[in-house]
Design a protein around this ligand. Structure first.
Ligand code: CP
Length: 314
C-alpha cells in the first residue's frame, strides 16, 4: 500500500480485516517493521480515538510518533495555491507538507469538512495538497468526505460478531442539533457496499447521501421498517448533502433506543463515538448488552495497525 485515503487504497477488504484480527491476537509480532521509522499525526480537528489508537498502533509496530495540532501548536496553514498570503495563515502547505515529509516516513492527516462549500469539501483539498507536497505516504485520519480507518475497524467488529455469512446491516440517521459532516456515513457505505451483507440505509427526507457513497444500498425513510431483523444497527448523524451542511430536522423520534432494538434479530448496536447520550442514543441502549461501541473503538488500534503494516511493507 502506498497511501490510505479511502477503500480504493485497500488491496482487499477481507485481507485487511483478517490482518487486523491477526494484529489483535499478536500485537507485537511486527515490532521490527517500524524500527527507526517515524509517523507524524497532524490534526486540524479534535480527536480522542483516532489520535490515541493510531499512536498505539504505530508504537506496537516499533515506530516513533510525533503529533501536532495545526493552528494551536503550529502556524495556520494556507491550502490555496497562488494566493496573496495577506490574511491570518502564516505558512503555505507547499512548504509545511514538504517539511513534515522530511521528518516523517508516514503522515496521518485529520481535516474535517467545513460544510460551507460542497464542491470544496468533496475535492478533499487538505488531503490532496499533503499527498502532492509531502513526498511520503499519507493516511486519512478522517477527511472531509471519508473516515476509512473507522470503517475498517467497523468491518473488523462486524466480522468478529456476525453469526451469519450475510448479515443484515442497517445504517440509521440519528438526530442532532449541530451540522455534522457526512464522512463517517459515506465511508461506512463505501466499505459495507463491498462486503457480504444486506445493506439498508434509513434517514428522514432530505438526508440522501451522495450517490457514489450510497451505491446500491436499499434506502428507506421508514426507520422501523429498516430495523426489522437487522443483525447490526449503525447509528450516525449527518447533515444534508443536497442542502449542503444544513440541519433540516431534529426529530427526536429518530433517536436509537433499547426498545427499537427489539425489532432486530438480536442485533448489535454500533456507533463510531463520540456520542451524545439521550440525544442520539438512549442510556438504556448504550448501557445494554446490545451495544458494542467499546469493542468497536478498541478495534481502531488493529485497523490502524493493519494499515500501517501494509504501508511499511510497501
Ligand atoms: N471515531 C472517531 O474518529 O473518534 P475521534 O473523533 O475521537 O477520533
Amino acid at each position: 500500500m502506498k497511501h490510505f485515503l479511502s477503500v480504493y487504497d485497500a488491496p482487499s477488504i477481507s485481507e485487511l480485516v483478517q490482518e487486523g484480527i491477526r494484529q489483535k491476537q499478536n500485537p507485537f509480532a511486527d515490532a521490527h517493521l517500524g524500527k527507526n521509522k517515524t509517523i507524524g499525526l497532524i490534526f486540524f480537528n479534535s480527536s480522542l480515538r483516532t489520535r490515541l489508537s493510531t499512536q498505539k498502533a504505530a508504537q506496537n509496530l516499533g515506530m516513533n510518533v510525533m503529533t501536532m495540532n495545526v493552528g494551536t501548536d503550529s502556524w495556520g496553514l494556507e491550502m490555496q495555491d497562488g494566493v496573496i498570503m495577506d490574511a491570518t495563515k502564516a505558512e503555505h502547505v507547499k512548504e509545511a507538507a514538504a517539511v513534515v515529509g522530511q521528518y516523517c516516513d508516514i503522515i496521518g492527516i485529520r481535516a474535517f469538512a467545513e460544510l460551507q462549500d460542497r464542491d470544496k469539501d468533496y475535492a478533499e483539498q487538505v488531503l490532496q495538497q499533503f499527498k502532492k507536497y509531502a513526498g511520503v505516504p499519507i493516511v486519512n485520519l478522517e477527511s472531509a468526505t471519508r473516515h476509512p480507518l473507522q470503517s475498517l475497524a467497523d468491518c473488523i467488529t462486524i466480522e468478529e460478531l456476525k453469526t451469519t455469512i450475510r448479515p443484515k446491516i442497517v445504517l440509521t440517521w440519528l438526530p442532532h442539533f449541530k451540522p455534522l459532516p457526512q464522512a463517517v456515513a459515506n465511508s461506512f457505505c463505501e466499505w459495507v457496499n463491498r462486503i457480504e451483507a444486506d445493506f439498508v440505509i434509513t434517514h428522514p427526507e432530505g438526508y440522501t447521501l451522495a450517490p457514489e457513497f450510497a451505491g446500491n444500498a436499499q434506502v428507506t425513510n421508514n426507520q422501523e421498517e429498516a430495523l426489522k431483523n437487522a443483525d447490526f444497527v449503525y447509528g450516525k448523524n449527518w447533515s444534508s448533502y443536497a442542502e449542503y451542511g444544513q440541519v433540516l430536522t431534529q426529530q427526536s423520534t429518530w433517536m436509537m433506543t433499547k426498545q427499537k432494538m427489539d425489532l432486530t434479530n438480536n442485533g448489535k448496536f454500533m456507533h463510531c463515538l463520540p456520542v451524545r447520550r439521550n440525544l442520539k442514543v438512549s442510556d438504556d441502549l448504550l448501557d445494554s448488552e446490545a451495544s458494542v461501541v467499546i469493542q468497536q473503538a478498541g478495534n481502531r488500534v488493529w485497523a490502524a495497525q493493519a494499515v500501517l503494516k501494509g504501508i511499511l511493507e510497501g
